[in-house]
Write a protein that binds this ligand. Structure first.
Ligand code: B12
Length: 222
């Protein structure tokens, strides 16, 4: 199989909820020393297609649950590979969580893992986190960045409330919202600073933000 075929086969195996094939294909690609982030990207595309089939009533809730379970197992295989391959020196503190009413955590957990690989200290509050909890923990931790994850349309309201409460509390850390369904319009509605649908790009953004903040602080000291 060439690499395009391998990618298509993995995407299809996940979209078809074929657990055994999906895990076998991931194992093969790990053994071939492929970039784990590329493998992850294909799995994410497979999950997007699971969601599409759910929307078209080809799958029911059990399909989403099964997709989530396959992805969790893929992550178990990929996590040690990602951790052994990637390291960095960004060092910042990020407060992260899935917002109130939303329990999707696979994407958030990937972001947390990649940030840790880049030497960020991640305070992961888990899922279904209320605006008040975000605000209280932000006061206590004083993070450099706040990351709000959410995949449901109904999460946007919780994101908006969380941003409003953090700002009312005087917290000025950049706020990034993340999740596969987000776009610029949602970001404006929520009044977050940035939005993101890809963990690798999101981690680059976090690195840039802490580097710029450190530089600005240095300039002020001069
Ligand atoms: C798996 C899944 C589930 C699993 C979740 C398991 C788990 N532990 O997370 C379960 C079965 C629990 C589930 C439940 C539901 N789900 Co669901 N689910 C999905 C599915 C198929 C995949 C999500 C996923 O994990 N993708 C893979 C990850 C890696 O991608 P990601 O989350 O986007 O994360 C990436 C980026 O966005 C980014 N990122 C994410 N967060 C952050 C945060 C920061 C700070 C940054 C920088 C980056 C970042 O990095 C990640 C890696 O690149 C999606 C389909 C889709 N298109 O997303 C539907 C989907 C999100 N679900 C949907 C629905 C409707 C539901 C339910 C309401 C179903 C029901 N009737 O009960 C419930 C809601 C439960 C709740 N209260 O939250 C809809 C939402 C529609 C909408 N517009 O609101 C979707 C879009 C399916 C669809 N197309 O209809 N679901």
């Amino acid at each position: 199989m060439n690499s395009t075929d391998k990618q298509a086969a993995l995407i299809a195996a996940i979209a078809e909820l074929d657990e055994q094939s999906a895990l076998a294909l991931v194992r093969q690609r790990i053994a071939a020393a492929e970039d784990p982030l590329l493998i992850l990207g294909d799995c994410q595309e497979g999950m997007r297609q699971v969601g599409e089939r759910y929307e078209r009533n080809q799958y029911y809730l059990a399909g989403l649950i099964m997709g989530g379970e396959i992805f969790r197992q893929v992550m178990e295989l990929l996590q040690p590979v990602v951790e052994s391959r990637i390291s960095g020196r960004a060092s910042g503190r990020i407060l992260l969580g899935t917002v109130q009413g939303d329990i999707h955590n696979l994407g958030k957990n990937i972001v947390a893992m990649l940030l840790r690989c880049h030497e960020f200290t991640v305070y992961d509050l888990g899922v279904d986190v209320s605006p008040v909890e975000f605000a209280e923990r932000a006061r206590e931790i004083q993070p450099d960045i706040v990351g709000l994850s959410g995949l449901l349309t109904s999460s946007y309201e919780a994101m908006r409330e969380t941003v409003a409460l953090l700002r009312a509390d005087g917290n000025r850390a950049p706020i990034i919202i993340g999740g596969g369904q987000l776009n610029e319009q949602v970001c404006q509605y929520v009044e977050a600073d940035y939005w993101n649908t890809d963990a690798v790009v999101g981690v680059d953004l976090c690195q840039r933000l802490v580097t710029e903040a450190a530089r600005a602080e240095k300039d002020q000291d001069r």
